[in-house]
Design a protein around this ligand. Structure first.
Ligand SMILES: [Zn+2]
Length: 60
């Protein structure tokens, strides 16, 4: 079995672990109403996707 030649530093370990840290998803902006929505998702508030009405939203 391969055995590591040197001990990995704490910083290196932490840097590796930091890559798996949880991040809040980046939210884009709706081109129609400007609300914050995830990308590749139809806007829940105005029902638009790619500048086109794709959903019927009650009260909008
Ligand atoms: Zn919208």
């Amino acid at each position: 079995m391969g055995v590591p030649k040197r001990k990995q530093s704490k910083q290196r370990l932490r840097t590796r672990k930091a890559a798996n840290a949880w991040h809040a998803s980046e939210l884009g902006k709706c081109g129609q109403c400007g609300s914050r929505i995830p990308s590749h998702v139809a806007c829940p508030s105005c029902g638009y996707y790619k500048g086109r009405q794709v959903l019927t939203v009650a009260g909008a």
